[in-house]
Design a protein around this ligand. Structure first.
Ligand SMILES: [Zn+2]
Ligand SMILES: [Zn+2]
Length: 343
């Protein structure tokens, strides 16, 4: 039986379907798993994505020719039947299921799933949680595919962020958390305690946050810095800004501040120092090592193709545990929220 997905210079390609999955070069037909910049690139002829991703896809790719599918809805395309299923990574993120003459392949895109603790409280609360999809071959991301990556319960991380904010506010300093504008920013927003002070969002975060609210995701009230009339309030505010805002003049209006970075990479020794921030919060929208292994096992797949991270270690582990394992070299990751910190 021929492979349902192959690697081409333009991206991952489905020969019997005639489309690409998150291609990195311009193509005629692209299925997009989610709206992060390294997966949803401009310049394709036609896009297909989940209906839940519509507002964030439009924000990223205005004017694109976009068709959408509800999660679980099937579409006949070329010689395959395809459908999209929740990936739990960001609003609208999807796994792609491809069925062709009885063979089923699933391409995960990026996903987030509870790790060691198989606990619904560990799901991403700002989008539809990951759902395992049975398949013969699972193409999995592996951004944090090393056994050292194990996330703490997310409520512990959120409690740390809120406590840090309260301490800074009591000292009369603004708190700035750098977080990717799509996904990570909203996950933090959803967990903040608004009693501590005003929550200020950078314009890039505001655009995406509006799309989340339009999709019905409950988030606390936020404000733009230009809307804060009382300067004293700026001394106890929480600021959510994209990493690109670090060291920008935009931050000057907050005066003396404390800053932090929120990323899975903060688990690596030295990452906080390299980012030159006061605090690192280990918070990722990607599965940790136990989460990856649980997600892979839940598909029932006997064959696994690894992308997007530490392919070598994951392929070796899978091979030693009875899977037929391989890797695709991809060009994802450099624009993602959890791209490794620049050294
Ligand atoms: Zn992503
Ligand atoms: Zn990615």
């Amino acid at each position: 039986m021929a492979d349902l997905v192959v690697a081409r210079p333009e991206g991952l390609f489905c020969p019997p379907g005639g489309f690409y999955i998150d291609p990195w070069r311009p193509v005629e037909r692209a299925v997009i798993t989610h709206a992060h910049g390294d997966h949803a690139r401009a310049g394709h002829g036609h896009y297909l994505a989940s209906r839940a991703s519509t507002p964030v896809m439009h924000a990223r790719l205005p004017g694109a020719s976009l068709a959408t599918l509800e999660y679980g809805e099937t579409l006949r395309h070329g010689d395959v039947t395809l459908s999209l299923h929740p990936a739990g990574h960001v609003l609208g993120s999807a796994q792609l299921r491809i069925e062709h003459r009885g063979a089923v392949w699933v391409a995960s895109g990026d996903y987030f799933v509870a790790g060691e603790r198989d606990d619904p409280r560990e799901a991403n609360r700002t989008c539809t949680p990951f759902e395992p999809v049975a398949c013969h071959c699972f193409i999995t991301e592996s951004t944090f595919g090393l056994p050292i990556y194990r996330w703490a319960p997310q409520d512990d991380v959120f409690a740390d962020i809120n406590a840090w904010w309260r301490d800074n506010a009591d000292e009369g300093r603004a708190s700035v958390v750098y977080a990717y504008a799509l996904g990570k920013a909203q996950r933090i927003l959803a967990a903040l305690d608004p009693a501590t002070g005003p929550i200020v969002v950078h314009g890039a975060v505001d655009t995406v946050t509006r799309a989340y609210r339009a999709a019905g995701v409950a988030l606390p009230a936020t404000t733009l810095v230009t809307e804060v009339a009382d300067p004293a309030l700026l001394r106890r505010c929480m600021v959510i800004a994209p990493p690109s805002a670090q060291r920008s003049p935009w931050l000057r209006r907050f005066g003396e501040l404390r800053d932090a970075f929120a990323s899975g990479w903060m688990q690596v020794r030295g990452a906080r120092r390299r980012r030159a921030v006061d605090r690192g919060f280990v918070l990722s929208d990607h599965a940790d090592w136990p989460g990856l292994l649980r997600a892979i096992a839940a598909t029932g797949a006997s064959r696994v193709i690894v992308t997007h991270g530490f392919e070598g270690a994951m392929v070796r582990w899978l091979g030693e545990h009875g899977y037929e394992a391989g890797a695709f070299a991809t060009e994802y990751g450099d624009l993602d929220d959890d791209a490794p910190p620049a050294s």
